[in-house]
Design a protein around this ligand. Structure first.
Ligand SMILES: [Zn+2]
Length: 467
């Protein structure tokens, strides 16, 4: 049986500052090596200043993943020498004096499969190495310390996954969960990284390091299973080793360097005391947690009668569920859910498009009202939505600018219908013998009115005319 375990590194991108200093947690907008201070550069004489909010955010992640949360947490030094680590040690967590990481054993369901969480720890991100030059001869390595000290949560799972598909499903659930908790934006470059361990029946465990995105994680796991199966089928032993993910070639490569066998000489971080997180604090954090995705879904289904599948899509994406919750007034809930899941999703399917979108919750309410009162057809509403996302104008303005108002004037509509009947004698004959085919003629009227004809009125008038 194939066994896959994961270590997910997730940056707490919604925090203001780094884990131990006041530099910005959002390091991406700065000039290289401009988002640094004596603390995160590890200058002699500086002391870490722990970011309380980081502990709170990490704790609610632990709670959302059904982990135990200890009374006291401790920090440790993990010692190693590498250019991306200015202090020559990383402040992290370790369960050596009991469970003192922010989260203990937990679990999450992926479909019917239970994935156990081993632990969750809070640590600082190292700096970033940038390699330049095309060949090994002229390659140079540059280092950017803007990222050094960014708060990072590491989520370690038991080797409970059996297929790359389960890994992908887990990552989707985890991304939605982190976004819903308002702790991280998984779509930011580098916000989610991972290591994985993979073993097949009868083989040794292989670690894969350095997987830079969730997208690549599934690929790396898939590659590694195929590689191990191929060795196994040729009776070549699978050695226990660490491999690196090469994201350009999309393969794993054995890393033979001794660096991987370092003894990290962990010891307690003496500059940060043990932190007590009392029961009251934990209960307060729990009570302030945002509504979970599953409870949102249940609310949408039971309170508004939204179909299961639509509620699933709506609740799992914070952007859409926020829009829905802010715009619906109860009796238009289904219509708004419909607009979001059928029309809006195609218009704002990337992070950039969402940021540029001018749509406000009130626009959705107006659109739903106009559809329900019959003043706008769905097709016109779709056109209006496109304009709203682009320029944010009021719906009434867009309707008059684009002349989207319904053709609900009987005389006007009748004129068009008569014209269609004269143009389509064959379809008319067919509709007489087989009433189902009348929809073809309704479609023609819609075409002629650019989707503005009231469909119900059109059908009634057509039936009357054809007789
Ligand atoms: Zn700093």
């Amino acid at each position: 049986m194939t066994k896959i375990g994961l270590e997910i590194h997730c940056q707490l991108t919604k925090l203001e500052s780094k884990l131990f200093c006041p530099c910005k947690a959002n390091y991406r907008e700065h000039e290289i090596n401009a988002n640094v201070c004596p603390i995160c550069m590890g200058l002699p004489g500086t002391l870490p200043r722990l970011n309380q909010k980081a502990i709170e955010k990490a704790t609610i992640i632990a709670m959302a993943l059904n982990c135990t949360t200890p009374e006291k947490i401790a920090f440790f030094r993990k010692n190693y020498f590498y250019p991306d680590l200015p202090k020559n040690f990383q402040i992290t967590q370790l369960n050596i004096y009991g469970d003192t990481s922010v989260g203990g054993s937990g679990m999450i369901m992926v479909g019917d499969k239970k994935i156990r969480i081993t632990r969750i720890q809070l640590e600082e991100d190292p700096g970033r190495l940038i390699y330049e030059g095309s060949s090994s001869k002229n390659q140079i390595t540059l280092v950017d310390y803007n990222r050094a000290g960014t708060p990072l949560v590491e989520i370690v799972t038991e080797p409970d996954f059996e297929t790359p598909k389960q890994v992908r499903e887990f990552l989707n659930i985890l991304s939605d969960l982190l976004e819903n908790l308002n702790v991280s934006d998984p779509s930011l470059e580098g916000a989610m990284r991972a290591d994985a361990n993979v073993s097949i029946e009868g083989g040794n465990k292989v670690e894969i390091k350095n997987i830079g995105s969730f997208h690549d994680l599934e690929k790396a796991v898939h590659f590694e299973i195929t590689r191990q199966n191929s060795l196994h089928s040729r009776d070549i032993p699978i050695v226990q080793e660490t491999r690196h993910w090469d994201d350009k070639r999309k393969i794993t490569i054995s890393s033979r360097s001794k660096e991987e066998e370092l003894d990290y000489r962990y010891f307690l971080e003496g500059d940060i005391p043990w932190i007590k997180i009392g029961k009251e604090v934990r209960e307060k954090l729990k009570s302030e947690m945002p509504e979970s995705i599953s409870s949102k879904k249940e609310r949408y289904v039971t309170k508004y009668g939204i179909p299961d599948q639509v509620a699933d899509v709506l609740s799992s994406d914070k952007f859409y569920s926020d829009l829905f919750d802010k715009s619906q007034t109860g009796n238009n809930a289904k219509e708004i859910a419909n607009i979001i899941t059928t029309d809006l999703m195609g218009l704002v399917d990337t992070r950039e498009k969402r940021e540029e979108s001018k749509l406000q919750p009130s626009h959705l309410k107006d659109l739903a009202d106009e559809i329900q009162s019959g003043k706008l057809t769905r097709s016109s509403a779709k056109n209006a939505l496109y304009e709203i996302v682009k320029n944010g104008k009021e719906l009434s303005q867009i309707v008059s600018d684009l002349d989207l108002g319904n053709v609900s004037d009987e005389d006007e509509l009748l004129k068009i219908i008569k014209q269609i009947i004269s143009e389509e004698p064959q379809a008319v004959e067919q509709a007489k013998s087989n009433p189902q085919t009348i929809n073809f003629l309704v479609g023609k009227v819609m075409q002629k009115t650019k989707g503005k004809a009231d469909p119900k009125l059109t059908l009634d008038l057509l039936k009357k005319e054809i007789g």
